[in-house]
Write a protein that binds this ligand. Structure first.
Ligand code: RIB
Length: 299
């Protein structure tokens, strides 16, 4: 069982000819509305990849709350741990350019008021707690303690990277997943090299798997003495929003099912690539069979 403690947003997406610079207005056609939030995206991606998933988080008591939960509800993600709080649901304003790259502004809303005590009794021995970076960091830290006490593994994708002290970065963490920018940010704050190879070499050991996603170049990972590099399959990107979340969800689902680390990474890479082929972070989260088929073809 995977427990996701994280953000739930409503995404307002506009496809643009190019992304705006500071102070600039760029117009696109109609906007589209999608359920989103890195926590919810990863929960849905893990569920579509075959895991049993429970979501713990919050939406606001506004017009967006039910919509933000709708995909998870249809996919049978357990939503008993999601609270409805006074105030607004998290909201993301997303621009997507012709190459599928995005720019995201987030209003945290109810995500800023989640509480790690909601997790007590929610993680289980042998299970996996998944965390991101869109809820308050102190709650993330406390939830790691709850999970470890319960005997659960902890999978952390610190996106965005918290501004707090990161000296205890890997305490209680089983798997850390970052992209190149996040690795560089964390590395500069820890005073280590942000080069992906060096980052993995420095932090990976027997108890901590370190994964750096490289976009269209695939992924680099380390666990104990093993180093693994997997290239990404060729795709025509339409929208890269949520590709990292699809990677995390599929990787976590595979690890939770006891899949070997290298194959689990391959399934994550396949899911991330497939997620770039449609607009919207959740609409593009791929199904288990499609992930497996593409993972088999990755050399
Ligand atoms: O990772 C993509 C997500 O980031 C979007 O769904 C948006 O809600 C933001 O949280």
């Amino acid at each position: 069982m995977i427990t996701v403690f994280g953000s739930i947003n409503l995404d307002l997406v506009v496809v643009l000819p190019r992304l705006p610079k500071a102070g600039e207005t760029v117009s696109g056609p109609d906007h589209q509305t999608f359920p989103g939030g890195k926590g919810a995206n990863q929960a849905l991606a893990a569920r579509r990849a075959g895991a049993d998933v429970r979501m713990i988080g919050a939406v606001g008591q506004d017009a967006f709350g039910a919509l933000a939960l709708s995909n998870m509800r249809s996919a049978d993600v357990d939503l008993a741990g999601v609270r409805s709080l006074t105030g607004s649901t998290g909201l993301a304003l997303i621009g997507v350019d012709a190459a599928g790259e995005n720019q995201i502004i987030v209003a945290s809303g109810a995500n800023a008021r989640v509480d790690s005590s909601w997790l007590v009794g929610g993680s289980n021995a042998g299970g996996l707690l998944m965390l991101q970076g869109e809820i308050p960091f102190p709650e993330t830290e406390r939830s790691i303690g709850h999970a470890r006490n319960a005997g659960a593994d902890v999978f952390w994708n610190p996106a965005p990277v918290p501004s707090e002290d990161l000296s205890g970065l890997l305490e209680g963490i089983t798997t850390l997943v970052v992209n190149e920018g996040e690795a560089a940010d964390i590395a500069s704050r820890l005073g280590i090299s942000g080069d992906p190879d060096a980052f993995v070499d420095r932090l990976a050991d027997e108890t901590h798997a370190i994964v750096v996603t490289l976009g269209a170049r695939g992924v680099l990972a380390g666990k104990g003495p093993d180093r693994i590099q997997i290239g990404s399959p060729d795709i025509e990107p339409v929208d890269t929003t949520g590709a990292g979340d699809a990677f995390c969800g599929a990787l976590a689902a595979a690890l939770d099912a006891g899949t070997a680390f290298e194959r689990a990474l391959r399934e994550g890479v396949a899911a991330g690539a497939l997620a770039c082929t449609a607009t919207g972070a959740q609409s593009s989260a791929p199904a288990k069979e499609d992930i497996s088929r593409l993972a088999d073809q990755i050399v």
